[in-house]
Design a protein around this ligand. Structure first.
Ligand code: AMP
Length: 295
């Protein structure tokens, strides 16, 4: 563990191997927090959990090009490495891994890790970001899990489908890491924190609050009248704010199978919606027969 002011910055995959071997020999428990940077309280909540549970906290900071489709925001994705380093260090990160794409994907790189099924719906629908988005995510997370070999890897419920896909991959590929999913951290008015919120104009930022309001409306009406009515009410709430969602639907959290009508287990209601050209996602977990949610 490093004292504050001593955070190590690693730039190259080979340095991770050295770190891993050292940790193995010393029996150090390792928590990994993968991020694309531009840190906010959501990221910091993952770092804090890792700090509490593990001897050594490793955060990766890498805007992973393979998970962006052509035309998406790879080139404009917000970046501020100096600020991120400061926030990470204050939150208790011991090691930051911040490589350049050419070192992560050197000439000749030809492997893609793909989780089928789960990645073909919602964000993975070809009319949305497509399954390649998730194979970009699983490939980089697989590389990080291999090279760092953490005891625990931390992800946010905000990206619910990503969490489901990564849990599936970790189980299918026999990673020893426990995958820990932590609740969504929100702004005071309910908007889920996201690095992409930085794109929003003041007007769009105000309108974006309708997304969480719509999910709460779905939860409330589901408790009173049922899921189908709840979904309808949520969609109407978005429409009233002039937001046309890409999807607003109910699925089983573990399988992402669609849910309609009666439900006997907790369901995931997830939404993706562009607000003034910025694509935002959010979700809520609703328990059966109760107007109570797990956030
Ligand atoms: P990103 O940098 O957006 O790729 O996010 C890195 C990690 O932080 C992912 O596991 C996200 O799910 C998680 N995360 C992002 N936003 C939030 C949030 N508002 N609350 C909790 N976790 C989040």
């Amino acid at each position: 563990m490093n004292a504050p002011g001593n955070m190590k910055v690693l730039r190259h995959p080979a340095e991770l191997r050295e770190l891993r071997e050292g940790n193995r020999k010393a029996g150090t428990s390792v928590g990994l927090v993968p991020t694309m940077g531009y840190l906010h309280e959501g990221h910091l909540s993952l770092i804090k959990a890792a700090r509490q549970e593990c001897d050594l906290v490793v955060m990766s900071l890498f805007v992973n090009p393979t998970q962006f489709r052509p035309g998406e925001d790879l080139s404009t994705y917000p970046r501020d490495e100096d600020r991120d380093f400061q926030l990470a260090e204050t939150a208790g990160v011991d090691v930051v891994y911040s490589p350049v794409p050419d070192d992560v994907y050197p000439a000749g790189f030809a492997t893609r890790v793909e989780v089928t099924g789960l990645t073909e719906v919602m964000d993975g629908d070809p009319t949305s970001r497509g399954p390649e988005h998730f194979s970009g995510v699983t490939t980089i997370v697989c590389k990080l899990l291999n090279a760092i070999d953490p005891d625990v890897a931390y992800f946010g419920q905000k990206d619910a489908q990503q969490a489901t896909v990564i849990k599936r991959m970790a189980e299918d590929l026999d990673f020893r890491a426990r995958i820990s999913i932590l609740p969504t951290v929100r702004e005071r008015d309910g908007l889920a924190m996201s690095s992409r919120n930085a794109y929003l104009s003041p007007e769009a930022r105000e309108r974006a609050t309708a997304i969480w309001a719509a999910l709460l409306e779905t939860e409330r009406v589901t408790g009173e009248s049922g899921l189908d009515e709840g979904l309808e009410a949520g969609r109407a709430r978005l429409q009233a704010a002039g937001i046309e969602p890409e999807y607003f639907e109910a699925r089983m959290p573990g399988t992402l199978d669609p849910v309609e009508g009666e439900f006997g287990e907790t369901v995931l209601v997830a939404v993706a919606a562009p607000v003034d050209g910025t694509r935002l996602i959010d979700n809520i977990l609703i328990e059966p027969n109760k107007a109570r949610s797990i956030r």
